[in-house]
Design a protein around this ligand. Structure first.
Ligand code: ADP
Ligand code: NI
Length: 217
């Protein structure tokens, strides 16, 4: 199989696995991350094959839905890629990206080791921002039975991955605990520009939200 066929097969596999998922981690999230990643990669010297495979497989099995098990994603990605006969070097690289990509709390560094990882992490984070990011935050919160907002609960700063994993905060607090911090965490110039625009969309949205909450216009 050539590289295009391997990517197409991976897309078909992930689409069948994640279609209809209701927490914002469905196939269309993967699709958008894939497209975002290709766009960002145009401006970087990167191995596009690794970028595309990692984008497609990055949420194959997320710790958030597997009792916090961080190894399950890379394991499942490896199984799939080995089954296709992909080069071990590529498999290792893709699995490392999947292992490292996730946001783990405001006070926890998540540095990607390669440009390919940086691109996929930026693409994933962009999909947590802006109009789509707002939608996904409430879809995720609802799927976990979280309150939309509760003014009596203040946002927390998570200094360890354990704290972040176990957090039960409201979806609005998630904006302060993660989403509004993402703009400063972009790895590439291209993503940073897109992030600035999406950040503004979230700020405007929150301003409106709090106005309406207090019964103002
Ligand atoms: P990451 O692995 O970096 O968290 P994902 O691709 O898994 O990235 O997506 C995380 C998505 O889930 C984001 O859109 C984010 O807003 C949402 N999410 C995660 N945790 C929460 C939470 N506690 N409340 C609301 N939304 C959340
Ligand atoms: Ni994702």
């Amino acid at each position: 199989m050539d590289k295009t066929q391997l990517i197409d097969q991976t897309a078909v596999f992930i689409k069948s696995k994640l279609t209809g998922e209701g927490s914002g981690h469905d196939w269309w999230h993967i699709y958008r991350v894939w497209k975002n990643a290709i766009h960002i990669a145009e401006f970087e010297q990167a191995d596009l094959f690794v970028v595309e495979l990692a984008a497609l497989l990055h949420d194959i099995a997320d710790w958030k839905f597997h009792d916090g098990n961080e190894d399950i994603g890379p394991q499942q990605a490896r199984e799939w890629l080995e089954g296709l006969g992909v080069d071990e070097k590529v498999i290792g690289h893709v699995c490392t990206i999947i292992q490292d990509i996730s946001f783990k709390g405001a006070g926890v560094a998540t540095n990607m080791k390669t440009i390919e990882g940086m691109i996929v992490q930026d693409a994933d984070r962009l999909d947590a921002m802006g109009a789509i990011g707002i939608s996904r935050a409430f879809a995720y919160g609802g799927s976990k039975g979280r309150e939309m907002y509760n003014p009596e609960l203040k946002p927390e700063q998570h200094d360890s991955f354990e704290q972040y994993k176990n957090s039960q905060g409201t979806s609005i607090n998630h904006f302060y605990e993660k989403l509004l911090l993402l703009k400063e965490l972009m790895n590439t110039v291209t993503a940073r520009e897109i992030a600035n625009k999406r950040h503004k969309v979230m700020e405007d949205y929150l301003q409106e939200f709090f106005k309406e909450w207090e019964g103002k216009d």
